[in-house]
Design a protein around this ligand. Sequence first.
Ligand SMILES: O=C(O)CCC(=O)C(=O)O
Ligand SMILES: [Fe+2]
Length: 353
Amino acid sequence: MAALNVRSVKTVAENPNLTHIPPMYAFQTLSRSVDQKISGDGAGEDEDPIPIIDLSLLTSGAHDQRSAVMQDLGNSCQEKGYFMVINHGIDEGLMNKMIDSCSQFFDLEQEEKRQYEGKHTLDPISYGTSVDASVTEVFFWRDYLRVLVHPEFHSPTKPSGFSEVLAEFTKAVRRVVRDLLGGISESLGLDSCYIDRAMDLESSLQLFGVNLYPPCPQPELAMGLPPHTDHGLLTVLMQNAVNGLQVQHKGKWVDANIISGALFVNIGDHLEVLTNGKYKSVVHRAVVNNKSTRISIAMPHGPSLDTVVSPAAELLENGCPRANYTGMKYKDYLEIQHKSKLRGKTRLDLLKI
Ligand SMILES: O=C(O)CCC(=O)C(=O)O
Ligand SMILES: [Fe+2]
């Protein structure tokens, strides 16, 4: 059954008498206990800080500053698969307006939001709860809005002003992603335009996903989003001031405590394929808390839908004798993802040779 008749978590959480989560939100005990074995309590974070990339130095720094940042970028991609970006040039006022507009969207009457309900990943606009009630056994403590913003731009018509903010913000983020992918190309020893050209970024797919995680009375039992990797090349994430993202690193969960004003970036499955596994996509999840509503905006950036992504021939010539992944059209991969459960890296395994 599709999620059509399922109440939003926002509605569930707004009940003032809620002291326990409804049983359908209890994340399976088995997977939870497996999780706990690899789960740090955040203590690992100081020894393993999240790398910080100063984008202004990459785009307009002196030659030696550029090379240093490019090297940091390459190391972050190879060793961790995630980093934060500062001095990215996106106005902080615009970022705040984007978060506020998303909050106003979730505050609309349920009927207004329901017109976008129960659709496919590539539908222009979809609103829902959990991940997909038709393929998950457990419900996640999360409502979402997903909008396709490039190569075609779409937007909900309400709240008023949403579409203008969305257009300006997502265009600015696309610029950041192209700059980062230029630096990443160079860090691989390729021409700075290599990924731009090979992945047809002029027509790249850009999705705008907003997650709303209301306060949860039993946060240790519920899960915002289960462990998964993202499709696409890079995902850019920003949030209101509430943390909750965790990334897996060396078998431990690391809290992504995101610096105010910074963007968090993680590698997606298709950068792993393109680099033949040198830069790997990162498993991450979202945990919930019992105090504040968290809003995160996660924006996967992929190639164009018709691009067949396979390991770059130039990288194979540069020392690695064989391709570790088969090529697949990005659109077809998204179709597989849509039909599968959101768990770990199982989808990418399909492409491994
Ligand atoms: O809310 C978060 O921090 C994670 C969101 C996420 O992983 C996603 O939307 O794919
Ligand atoms: Fe994700």
